[in-house]
Design a protein around this ligand. Structure first.
Ligand SMILES: C[S@@+](CC[C@H](N)C(=O)[O-])C[C@H]1O[C@@H](n2cnc3c(N)ncnc32)[C@H](O)[C@@H]1O
Length: 264
């Protein structure tokens, strides 16, 4: 039987703690590696799944020199709307809310709010692992929702559209990311707040690893990920290690012929 387990990603304090991640060097490497494979073009429509504080949304906007059409930033934590509103102001588009919108949504239920073929690109930073599902009879965690997310992404992408995402390696070493973030020492902005946020992030990190071992969350080796992506319909998988070797960044494209194949 299915029981609802606590999900720390829904808490405002967890969401806020992760807003400071961009100060860390390994995170900057991850951000750069992800954005550099995305190549947002003029007028394109993008979806950022599990947007958190909006680092990737902001990165897409800047990489396009403000010429991307629109970005939908989606996350399960309601508090992230504050970060996305601030981001719009920072980018000088506070008066154009349609350019970057926030939608609260849980990727474990797929992407039913979005139409087929409606995005040129989907980006997701360390978020897709958290699609969760349970067997209704036994209550055991399954990978059904995780696999379904990729089928949903290919559905909402236009033919030729691309997905660029990062995902943690199995048994990620969050402490190694922490040490690489603080060393060599530098002068931090608001160090007391940063320390409190690091504490919260490590707490979430420990919980994530425990839950991943139970099969609730999904940190996979690249060969297993390749299988999931190919089953969803993405034929060729480009990948590299990033984030102090604690994550993969992956780029795939929806085949141009896919829409016709489905329609036939
Ligand atoms: C490690 S953070 C990364 C945030 C952001 N993508 C970045 O790169 O900075 C993971 C994000 O995934 C979001 N998330 C986790 N589970 C989710 C779910 N089931 N549905 C939607 N978002 C989810 C969290 O709220 C969090 O913002």
């Amino acid at each position: 039987m299915t029981r609802i387990a606590e999900n720390l990603w829904h808490r405002d304090e967890s969401a806020r703690a992760f807003w400071d991640q961009h100060q860390a060097r390994p995170y900057q490497e991850l951000l750069e590696d992800t954005i550099c494979w995305a190549h947002p073009e003029v007028g394109e429509k993008w979806l950022d799944i599990g947007c958190g504080g909006g680092q990737l949304t902001g990165g897409l906007y800047r990489a396009s020199k403000g010429r991307v059409g629109s970005i939908v930033a989606m996350d399960c934590a309601a508090a992230n709307v504050e970060a996305i509103t601030r981001l719009r102001d920072k980018l000088g588009i506070g008066d154009q809310p349609e350019r970057i919108t926030f939608q609260q949504g849980d990727l474990s239920f797929g992407l039913p709010q979005f139409e087929d073929n409606s995005f040129d690109g989907v980006i997701a930073g360390l978020s897709l692992s958290y699609a969760e599902s349970q067997d209704p009879l036994t209550g055991e965690y399954t990978d059904t929702a995780f696999k379904e997310v990729f089928r949903e992404i290919i559905r909402v992408l236009r033919p030729g559209g691309r997905l660029v995402f990062s995902i943690n390696v199995p048994e990620p070493n969050f402490w190694s990311i922490f040490w690489k973030s603080i060393w060599p020492l530098k002068r931090w902005r608001r160090p007391a707040r940063l320390l409190a946020n690091i504490w919260e992030m490590q707490k979430v990190g420990t919980w994530l690893k425990v839950e991943a071992r139970k099969g609730r969350f999904h940190y996979l080796q690249i060969e297993a990920l390749r299988g999931v992506l190919m089953d969803a319909g993405f034929p060729a998988v480009e990948w590299r290690e990033t984030y102090a070797n604690q994550a993969f960044v992956i780029r795939v494209e929806k085949p141009v012929a896919m829409k016709q194949a489905v329609a036939a």
